[in-house]
Design a protein around this ligand. Sequence first.
Ligand code: CMP
Ligand code: MG
Ligand code: ZN
Length: 582
Amino acid sequence: MDDCVTIKKKHLQRPIFRLRCLVKQLEKGDINVVDLKKNIEYAASVLEAVYIDETRKLLDTEDELSDIQSDSVPLEVRDWLASTFTREMGIVKRRPEEKPKFRSIVHAVQAGIFVERMYRKTSSMVGLAYPAEVIVTFKIPVPNLISFAEALEVGYSKYKNPYHNLIHAADVTQTVHYIMIHTGIMHWLTELEILAMIFAAAVHDYEHTGTTNNFHIQTRSDVAILYNDRSVLENHHVSAAYRLMQEEEMNILANLNKDDWRELRSLVIEMVLSTDMSGHFQQIKTMRHTLQQAQGVDKAKAMSLILHAADISHPAKSWELHYRWTMALMEEFFRQGDKEAALGLQFSPLCDRKSTLVAQSQIGFIDFIVEPTFSLLTDSMEKIVMPLIEEATKSESPAFGTPGQNSLGGVSNAEAQRRPGFKSTGDGGAHAENSLATVDLRGFRDNLMKIIQANKERWKELAAEEELGKNVGEQEKDQSRNSTDAQLQEETTRTQNESSQGSDGTTCPPRSIVLQVVSFDTPLSDESSSEKCTISDPNQKDLSDAQQETQSTDPLNGEPKHCKKSEDIVKATEQTEALVQN
Ligand code: CMP
Ligand code: MG
Ligand code: ZN
């Protein structure tokens, strides 16, 4: 035992030291067989425990994926789902254990105020429909907010993406706002957390290059190198947005104290990084596990789920919107495919414009990604909000269901305590419809699920055509694909026409405003759009000449044609909300 004497006793409890000590003893030949057996058994049990744990982790993720192996899902779609929504195990995200306590920032930053003002190009306060008290307590300096919002618009328009542009940012921000109000979750969040949610949504795809993380990694782009291939785009979105605020005139967080600034930053980073789709299954699994536990739900996790759900929410909206978002995304994927072809790279899944099964992929996306996410979202909201509703009912808070109590639409006593800065604003921004009493979680869930199902059915009809195209001979295949394309084209035209018609066939201006704004470059309906809308991607500047040839200077002098005026975006967000409520 001489050698082992030199090893501190506490080290002997660690299997590695025990084993090394045994080796030394074996070398010397002074080993006690009983000790040897005991130690080997101990080491085996430790290894077994590690193995079981790792295997369980692996199997859990595979569980989620096993359904995808079903023959009903085309191979191409299966490959895409597996490669896009999973990543290697072992990259466990850090989470701050203890957050600083909430300290009041603004008294009435109702999320909608922020969203609307983010996109309102006006340096004057005149004409805003908010009461003076709200404006006074709104601690974000308005000129800074305007400069920041304008810089965001520029960044979102930089690559002229059909999908990942400022309208997508506005859409996701508005959807986060909608979820917070209609699930009642805003009553569980502090004002700082509400601000973090809205801010994270607004910046979550800032300066998106229109290409995927995998493309960045494969082409060894500057950002991929900078972020070591980990959540490349998502890291860039947050980092670049924060870099904007380093400029004094764009610093919308100038009035936050140090603790609030830190807390907000930590939440924003966690939320935006969780929009990386390769963490999807892991995120769903962790949250499902959390819901089964007795203790409360972690705030940052719940908020991340809300942003993630909003980010993939268009299949839960009217067919007209969903279809057009999908086609815009496909066009963006196809442009990446064009670049891949030019670079001699393999097509990424769904990026080959000649062979991608759009309708089939959407059925897979809805079945395996969207439905489970929204089901988990509503389960989570129920677990969190139901106790708040019960508490509010019991305490019969005057704010519960009584209009005009405060700018947040009524909160329970317990909630008022969670919001130390909370004060009544008189009737000001009162929204009785946003009180806990009016929260209808069942209605929220049923409505979403109904729309998702209806959209899936529409894709199934289109998929039947696609299937036909797959089964015919090579030459016919092309023709048939053309016919599928023609059908999709027809669908595009139809949704454009439908969308500008009221249910009685009359023209419905608000809807047409949304759809004009949401139509971006009107992909598919405008065959020449991909030529007109050239892509200049500084992140790919180290790529081959072949790619350089596909680039050209901005023909529109920095103002992309899909970049509509801010006023239109305000209208779009308002109207999109109306559509979501349908
Ligand atoms: P992003 O907005 O960065 O984060 C969510 C991602 O989900 C989005 O990019 C797309 O990559 C993906 N996504 C959204 N909608 C669809 C869809 N209809 N089909 C396939 N992928 C989608
Ligand atoms: Mg993103
Ligand atoms: Zn997004």
